[in-house]
Design a protein around this ligand. Structure first.
Ligand code: 13P
Ligand code: SF4
Length: 301
């Protein structure tokens, strides 16, 4: 605690002075998640909450696409991302011209874009989804066939739960693609009775062997509701740290993979962001309108 106290006190004071709130994703480290964040959650919750924030400044403790989504949904606010290098391998896997190509290749097929994309890619799509609502969005469109970009594994995992045909792209999350079916089998052997929860960005053979799959918020709710004696969350490392704090009676087995992008955000650069007003997130107005439409359509479905 003493290591963090100085930055935490300074951030709490800066938030008051600047009328700022901090939105933190579930993968942020515990000192950010528990000590300075005002709103925490999965990408869906952060998008929803960003819309209704009435503070003047939003600091997004997460990755760049999350900050862009907050700016899209609340354009009057100053949105800050503490480190511009906080990217995402999924967002980097696809460009707007790739989406246009898919549209030409499959005329009339609706394009669903995962929120883990740039505003420019969202602007080319019909609607967005998150891991928390992907199946509902796929089925809610009322068609037989959709394109779902860019996460191949998310698309294949949802395809296994629905009759809607899903055309996928080849993007992968560099964190979740590292989990393997062999690792899941080993976990079951080493920890009899363990409950295995997998994020849907994991490869389909991993999700098939898990007991349950869902977004980071859904995993957290599962632990809260079911209080398993022993659990493993196949997702980013900080998730278990953050959830475990609320459930001292649950044993968390922790093979996990770090997201280097999420870990770019620290107490020190959150403090610096509020002190120096950096880095301000801006979106080209020509892209903002169609990108916002895709995100708002998701939220209204
Ligand atoms: P959630 O929407 O489940 O929080 O996932 C976001 C993410 O980046 C997972 O890698
Ligand atoms: Fe992107 Fe994967 Fe990191 Fe999530 S965990 S931000 S999907 S690279």
């Amino acid at each position: 605690w003493p290591v963090f106290a100085d930055d935490v006190d300074a951030i709490l004071e800066l938030k008051r002075r600047r009328n700022a709130v901090i939105l933190a994703h579930n993968y942020q480290t515990p000192e950010i998640f528990h000590c300075v964040a005002d709103i925490v959650g999965d990408s869906l919750a952060l998008a929803r909450k960003a819309m209704t924030v009435d503070a003047e400044v939003i600091v997004l403790a997460g990755v760049h696409f999350m900050a862009e989504t907050a700016k899209l949904l609340n354009p009057e606010k100053t949105v800050l991302i503490p480190d511009l290098r906080a990217g995402c391998s999924l967002a980097d896997s696809i460009r707007p011209e790739d989406v246009r190509l898919m549209r030409r290749q499959y005329p009339g097929v609706p394009i669903i874009t995962y929120v883990n994309t740039s505003a420019a890619v969202k602007a080319e799509s019909d609607i967005c989804c998150t891991s928390g609502n992907a199946k509902a969005i796929v089925e809610g469109l009322g068609v037989d066939r959709v394109i779902m970009l860019p996460d191949e594994y998310l698309a294949r995992n949802i395809a296994s739960e629905t009759d809607v045909e899903i055309i996928a792209w080849k993007g992968h999350c560099e964190v979740h693609e590292r989990f393997s079916a062999a690792e899941v089998r080993q976990l079951r052997e080493d920890h009899p009775g363990i409950i295995i929860l997998a994020h849907p960005e994991c490869p389909p053979d991993v999700v098939a062997l898990a007991d349950f799959s869902g977004s980071t918020a859904v995993m957290s709710d599962f632990v809260a509701t079911n209080q398993p004696a022993r659990v493993v969350l196949l997702t980013e490392c900080s998730m278990s740290d953050n959830v475990a704090l609320h459930h001292p009676g649950v044993e968390f087995v922790r093979p996990c993979n770090l997201c280097p992008h999420m870990k770019r955000i620290t107490l020190a650069n959150i403090r610096a962001a509020l002190e120096t007003n950096q880095h301000v997130v801006t979106i080209d107005p020509a892209l903002a309108a169609p990108a916002r439409r895709a995100v708002e359509r998701m939220l209204s479905l």
